[in-house]
Design a protein around this ligand. Sequence first.
Ligand code: NAG
Length: 246
Amino acid sequence: MQLLAFLQILACCVLLVLGNVEKTIFLGPELIRVPQQHPNLQDLFLDTLSPSTSTLRLKLPAAFSKPNAERGEASWFLLDGLRQHQRYEVRLCWAATQPTSFNFDLFTLNEVFNTPSIITSLAVYSESRQDYPSVINTPRPASAGADPVSILFLRVEASADYFTTNKTLMQNVPPVNVDIILDPYVFGVFPRSLAPTAAYLVIIAVLAWYLSGYIWQRLHQIAQESSGKDAPFNTSTASGRKTKVI
Ligand SMILES: *[C@@H]1O[C@H](CO)[C@@H](O)[C@H](O)[C@H]1NC(C)=O
């Protein structure tokens, strides 16, 4: 019964934590050759996630959903230098103090450039970034070379998810502080960044096993020593039970 209650409480905590993480799981797409002549991918001024730059901490613009933009404000990212057919996840974490709902979409290069509505969204975002010359010193992306690469475009749409009597906040949604993380899966089973946590849990479990054995032995010893002194009152030992039965 107690265990059940504990598990229920734990389940609630898990849900609360998940409330602030949005993620999507995908496979690295087929290798393609990216055209190098201008305008090329670098001219889009997108923030890039790759195995060498796997975390970005930034402020994402957000907006209340409107009839023509129901999922809020779109931001675009390039997922570069992926390994084809490798499983990855992209996670986005944000503070509970900034209630926002996020939507992820992943597009291949061809999907983006063959779908007018998608390329319009990307162009609008890219246009808004031309005024902010790249502030992050990212290493040269894999797609800037002549070799075929596995890349994806990530669109994150952020819509504000709150109501307040403060008019300023209802008119201008402040940007949301987020971490975006690209995480490859180990053996296609669990995210690599969880590996230290898993190792930690295993070590704790092994230590707890031996420690509990030791504590149990000590308690047993103490019980036996004390039962030797006042056996008739101790019901937990065989001799104690015998005296009661008689
Ligand atoms: C409304 O929110 C803004 C931004 O957080 C804050 O600066 C301002 O003081 C608030 N106004 C009121 C009336 O609380």
